[in-house]
Design a protein around this ligand. Structure first.
Ligand SMILES: Cc1cc2nc3c(=O)[nH]c(=O)nc-3n(C[C@H](O)[C@H](O)[C@H](O)COP(=O)(O)OP(=O)(O)OC[C@H]3O[C@@H](n4cnc5c(N)ncnc54)[C@H](O)[C@@H]3O)c2cc1C
Length: 815
């Protein structure tokens, strides 16, 4: 019988997998009663029913770990609350290493877990044997035990969430397929279903591997694609139910107890994308055909690891589809393309362990208009439209699945679907032996290999093969001059009679004043948190250029558009592709550029912060005297068609001034030495400029009040700050830092590093990180403590400073 569909509901969720059920459950917990969940077939019949059910208490960032911890806590109490068994148990998990590099990675991972308050203990092979008696530990050189990890029964857990949602007032309709999203004036206002239409104030896309198609109905990019995902279950082996989960990532395999049997699952290096021609309409509790040849290498490794597997039969060979995204992170939050349309999809094989936290976070996001804390790692606004293309997705997801268990090398780059966006200088940089990395589809020169050396990463947790070259690039910038291709910066033109008024309200700094000035500023939310970190240059009385990072281009663009009042006389345009940006940075930059321009570049005539149109070679460029590297220098905004000629001129003249081409790794190292913040690492929507040490660029006194001013003033008037961004340098020059390492003061955990690199000028690893203390963090607190940073389970003494360790008075930029 056709289900009875209401004609309207406040919030309608598409999809009754574990994620949709969790969103419904959490919305009712926040007091939302008018919640309707529509499932095309039966609850859990998509991907959820067949998951292995591994649940980890940690993910790769502090806030995602908060969500993972929340999930484990929720699953501990869900059965009692709802009366529906979940099968959740916390036997812990063991990750083993069979080579030194993996052991390095695991120990660094254990330190990261501790940074986020998750217990993680290195254990010996002997101890592993005790905990997992069936295991062959001959080649195991070490392991980490995660006491809070566990496993659950996915279908039962989803049903418990659905039951809890119903108990909270939500309505759940099965066998009700959604056929389309109704969009009016840029907002989602309802759905078309097999059973009729339903109007809605909010639509939530929890359609799992169907999520991309559902997004397309609404005009929203939800880039995900299914891949085949395999496991086998043995005949009964009498395995105790207390057995911890075990991961042997070097052999691409995980193991769990399953009613006395063993389940062995795989994350093989090259996955098989599935459903390229669409998902069959009758898909419901569907299994995909076995592919024994594909699974065989994993099984061979499994028999080596657990020899008894060679003696028992396989009861079940399972192959099911799961959706993967282009960067292995799920997609959460409001879609960029229309209002009132939210997404929680693309769970990359961690949907069971993520569902509790993701559902909680999205429910808050919907109810309160912003996430409960910074969730940029998974925020769908990071998506770049080209990523939703089928060809891109198919190529990229075949790599993404395997990366879950591959080595998580620092600076690791994707191998597939590359070369999508190139700056005008790409071919020139390539000819100069650049090694490229990718951000938002852009190819960026990360470092330059010496002549005759192949520009290719050789990954390691120790100094990688580019360490020396990048060091040379840093030294050239500090001592002579470096040339950086910064063309991937996003550039927005803001024009019109109200441009100043609009930007003064959005920017915390004062962007008024005469044209010809580049102003560093943050964009804040009402809570005083930093939504964006960028420069705003006044080109004319009624014209500005906003420049921001490639990775946040879409998010910042949206923020700008959303904060322009409907009646404002302002036109905005994304002009990113119209300009290349050349960063000419270093003490010799003035002498070099002066040979190419009639403009007076002296300090008196062209002071720090000035921005003007000048001739450069045969072109007219906008030169802005600012620097992210902390040296005298200019950013040159060059019309794209002139980019190569200007580049060639600078390079030709540069040799007389010690010019060197420099990459993004050098830029990152130089900016961390100077303690310049990076949005997404060191600052985000939970951090205020005052906590981040950026109070000096907040214009409290400007005439027009800016968004977030009241919240910031309140904080400014507090006698002490419980959290502050601090810079660190390790005493020992040997160990390397990558970020997410725990910070201790006098033996107590006080925070973790937010970004890190090797500082070639300071001659040691350097980092930024928030230090938290209930009684306040000030200079005296910093000076009176003994700081240590934990690297691979060993604590390293560190120097801490509230002021930049390199050029604290910023004299070098102002000469
Ligand atoms: C072999 C395997 C092992 C796994 N092991 C683990 C594990 O150990 N731990 C872990 O955390 N994760 C694991 N996963 C991943 C996990 O199963 C998924 O991430 C999770 O189930 C995703 O849940 P979901 O709700 O997003 O998607 P789904 O469960 O697929 O739910 C989406 C629902 O939307 C419905 N829907 C789609 N379109 C419409 C429409 N038009 N109208 C109405 N309804 C619609 C579908 O019918 C479906 O029920 C595993 C996955 C596989 C394949």
């Amino acid at each position: 019988m056709a289900p009875t569909l209401p004609t309207q509901a406040e919030i309608v969720i598409i999809g009754g997998g574990i994620v949709g059920c969790s969103v419904a459950y959490h919305l009712t917990k926040l007091g939302k009663k008018d919640v309707l969940l529509l499932e095309r077939k039966k609850l859990t019949s998509g991907t959820t029913w067949h998951a292995a059910g591994l649940v980890r208490a940690m993910l790769y960032s502090g806030n995602l770990t908060k969500l993972a911890k929340y999930t484990t806590e929720l699953y501990t109490t869900l059965e009692k609350e709802t009366g529906q068994a979940t099968g959740f148990k916390q036997n812990g998990s063991i990750s083993i290493a069979t080579n030194e590099e993996r052991w390095d990675e695991l120990r660094r991972g254990a330190s990261m877990a501790r940074a986020f308050g998750v217990p993680a203990e290195p254990i010996s092979a002997k101890k592993v044997q005790e905990l997992w008696p069936l295991m062959n530990v001959k080649d195991v050189i070490g392991a980490i035990f995660f006491a809070k990890d566990g496993q659950t029964n996915p279908a039962d857990t989803a049903m418990a969430l659905a039951k809890g949602a119903r108990q909270g007032g939500a309505r759940i309709l099965e066998d009700c397929k959604v056929m389309g999203v109704v969009v009016k004036n840029g907002r989602a206002v309802g759905l078309k279903t097999e059973a009729g239409d339903v109007s809605a104030e909010i639509v939530v896309n929890c359609a799992g591997m169907w999520g991309r198609e559902v997004g397309q109905w609404a005009g929203a990019a939800v880039p995900l694609h299914a891949c085949e995902h395999f496991y086998v279950v043995t005949e009964p082996m009498g395995v105790p139910s207390t057995l911890p989960v075990m991961r042997d990532m070097d052999a691409c395999a995980y193991y769990k107890e399953d009613a006395g049997k063993i389940l062995v699952g795989a994350f093989e290096p090259k996955a098989k994308p599935w459903g390229m021609d669409g998902i069959p309409d009758d898909f419901c509790f569907t299994e995909l055909p076995e592919d024994f040849d594909h699974f065989q290498p994993v099984l061979e490794g499994a028999i080596h690891r657990v020899p008894k597997l060679g003696e028992v039969g396989i009861r079940k060979f399972f192959n099911g589809p799961e959706s993967f995204t282009t960067d292995q992170r799920y997609l959460l939050g409001p879609a960029a393309e229309l209002e009132n349309f939210y997404v929680a999809a693309g769970f990359n094989s961690i949907g069971i362990q993520s569902a509790g936290g993701a559902g909680m976070a999205l429910a808050h996001w919907i109810a309160e208009g912003h996430p409960p804390f910074d969730l940029w790692d998974v925020d769908i606004r990071r998506v770049v439209p080209h990523q939703n293309g089928k060809a891109f997705l198919v190529d990229r997801v075949s790599e993404a699945l395997g990366l879950l268990y591959a080595m998580h090398w620092p600076y690791r780059q994707f191998a597939t679907a590359r070369g999508v966006r190139r700056t005008p200088l790409y071919e020139r940089l390539k000819a100069h032996n650049a090694c490229f990395g990718e951000v938002a589809g852009w190819e960026r020169a990360n470092w330059f290999a010496p002549d005759g050396v192949e520009p290719k990463y050789e990954y390691s947790f120790k100094r990688q093969n580019w360490f020396a070259s990048s060091g040379e690039e840093c030294r050239a910038t500090r001592n002579a001059v470096g040339l950086f291709d910064q063309s991937t910066f996003a550039k927005f033109s803001v024009r019109g009679a109200d441009a100043e008024a609009v930007l003064q309200r959005i920017c915390a700094n004062d962007v008024g004043g005469a044209p010809g000035r580049a102003v560093y500023t943050q964009w804040l939310n009402e809570r005083g948190g930093i939504e964006a970190d960028l420069t705003v240059t006044r080109l004319a009385d009624d014209a500005y250029m906003v420049v921001t990072a490639a990775a946040t281009a879409r998010r910042d663009w949206l923020w700008l558009k959303q904060h322009i009042p409907a009646d404002a006389r302002v036109a905005v345009e994304d002009v990113t592709a119209a300009f290349a940006v050349l960063g000419v940075m270093g003490p010799n930059s003035r002498a070099l550029l002066q040979t190419l321009t009639p403009a007076d570049l002296s300090n008196a005539s062209f002071p720090f912060g000035a921005s003007r149109e000048i001739e450069m070679g045969y072109a007219s460029v906008r030169a802005s005297r600012i620097s992210y590297m902390g040296e005298l220098g200019w950013e040159l905004y060059v019309p794209t068609d002139h980019a190569v000629s200007v580049f060639d001129c600078i390079l030709e003249q540069g040799s007389a001034h010690g010019l060197r081409l420099c990459g993004m790794h050098a830029m990152d190292s130089l900016r961390i030495e100077k303690a310049y913040r990076h949005w997404g690492h060191d600052i985000g929507e939970e951090d205020t400029p005052i906590e981040a040490g950026l109070g000096f660029v907040v214009a409290f006194d400007k005439k027009a009040p800016f968004i977030g001013r009241d919240a910031l003033l309140k904080q400014k008037n507090q006698p002490k700050l419980g959290k502050r961004l601090v810079q660190f340098a390790l005493e020992d020059p040997a160990p390397l830092l990558y970020h997410n390492e725990p910070i201790y003061r006098d033996g107590a955990l006080v925070g973790y590093t937010s970004s890190a690199a090797y500082g070639h000028t300071l001659g040691r690893a350097i980092a930024l990180g928030y230090v938290n203390a209930p009684d306040g963090v000030d200079q005296a607190y910093i000076d009176s403590g003994k700081f240590e940073i934990e690297v691979a389970c060993e604590r390293q003494p560190a120097r801490a400073s509230l002021r930049p360790l390199y050029d604290p008075k910023s004299l070098r930029m102002r000469v």
